[in-house]
Design a protein around this ligand. Sequence first.
Ligand code: SAM
Length: 415
Amino acid sequence: MGTFREPPPRPFLKWVGGKRQLLPKLLNAVEAAGPFRHYHEPFLGGGALFFSLARTGRIKARSYLSDANSSLIDAYHGVRDESEAVIELLDEHKLAHSEAHFYAVRASVPRKLAKRAARIIYLNKTCYNGLYRENSKGQFNAPFGRYKNPLICDRENLRAVAQTLRDVDLAVRDFSQVSAVAQPGDLVYFDPPYAPVSKTADFTAYVRGGFGADAQERLAETCAELAERGVRVILSNSMTDLTRRLYGESFYTYEVSASRRVNSRADRRGKVSEALITSFPVRGDGRLAAETRPVDRDRRAAGNIPGPSAAEPAVIVRRLARQWLLENRYQDVAALIDEVTRQWKVEGKQTRRNWWQVLAGDAKGNPRVVAGRRFPVLRAAQLRMGMPVTSGAICRNPDEEVPPVTVTGRWRKSL
Ligand SMILES: C[S@@+](CC[C@H](N)C(=O)[O-])C[C@H]1O[C@@H](n2cnc3c(N)ncnc32)[C@H](O)[C@@H]1O
């Protein structure tokens, strides 16, 4: 039985964490975001959502696609700028295809763009499990895959992809740099390497590719900064305590179920919960709504949480850290924040930080350094961020209350 294939343009690489399964829910979220200007995907991978939006005519202006993996972006550049040369080279790989040829190509380091792109596509289509993987040195290291008839050169799709990418900005960069490019009214979809799901994994646990808790926290700050500036944000992640802590307060968080197929252990395949996080409310309909449920629905129904109602616009939950510091004998800390923000202004930077997160310290309770200044770790900030209170955390005012959560726009108080 043949597998159903979407019409072109569709992802031309199979990528770890590809989003085809979640696609209907992501498209529903894009619908809820309303019209947007530029589309940004800073964890591009196979680009499942981008191609789906392009196919259905949702992309109206220049898109910005990027990833930290330079081999991946090479493949996109090659297909966009030299598609016919890439197709020719893939035809040659197809004729020469064998285990020996695979390993020879794997060991090669071509200099020309078209050759680099064709190498990556060829390896991706023929390696074990069909997934392009690199070791810590950035070398492709998946073994030969035994496929009867791998589709090495899908020329119709490659040409459609080249056409779709014509006016697209492609870059190798860290996700955080999207802040310098995205404008109010744009839409950003973040699909990071997922936060560790194991119950025993703590905040210092690392996932393959080095995207650890620190990177997850940096990502949450980037999302908050964008949302505050009126950029619409969609993020997919695993549903973990870390995810809840980082986004539960400020964003709309939905739980969606997906089958996880890429796991070497059969007992770990099956349905898993994933988080769909947005800076605006998403209402599904029918089956989709049932599968996409607000995480804290039950607690909200019991009146414990000020959950965003469907009628509300994008809501950012925050309480100004600076104001709370001034009210609670932390004038020196507020002054430190002022110094840093003044410095950023002089340097012409638009950087913003979630100061509660800074003042909560890192996952081990160590102080954070921002713009060369070391910030003390405050007990109240750790409590507010839902983190365990560490022994070195400061509490100057025995009567101080954990800063309440306030919803901007409506100023509703919680708890
Ligand atoms: C889950 S995959 C994205 C999958 C993609 N949405 C798809 O449909 O195939 C995550 C991607 O993040 C990239 N990545 C990892 N760390 C990064 C960072 N700091 N900045 C930007 N991209 C990063 C990886 O190279 C990988 O391509």
